[in-house]
Design a protein around this ligand. Structure first.
Ligand SMILES: [Zn+2]
Length: 93
């Protein structure tokens, strides 16, 4: 089982969390000005990298806060945990 360190609660088992998908997806500031293609990209298109990936996790069985994790999709190794709005210290993407 994956052990994830919540920034507020410390290390907890993966079963305490809910996966929230790719991190750092920014809503277009003027959705009405977007083309259908740009809006569709915002809603549905996500990276599926082999290697480091930044993703959102929700501590649903704990403090119920959202935060970001940088995790290697091959090894499942977590290289950074950081709060929403921040950036990881590792510098990967
Ligand atoms: Zn927590």
């Amino acid at each position: 089982m994956l052990l994830i360190e919540c920034p507020w609660c410390g290390p907890r088992p993966e079963s305490d969390y809910t996966y929230g998908g790719e991190a750092h997806i920014v809503r277009p500031p003027q959705p009405e000005a977007c083309s259908d293609e740009a809006w569709g990209d915002y809603l549905f298109m996500r990276r599926n990298p082999r290697g480091p990936h930044r993703e959102q996790w929700w501590h649903s069985a704990g403090c119920r806060r959202w935060f970001n994790v940088e995790r290697d999709t091959v090894s499942y190794r977590i290289t950074a945990v950081y709060k929403i709005g921040g950036q990881p210290e590792t510098g990967g993407k």
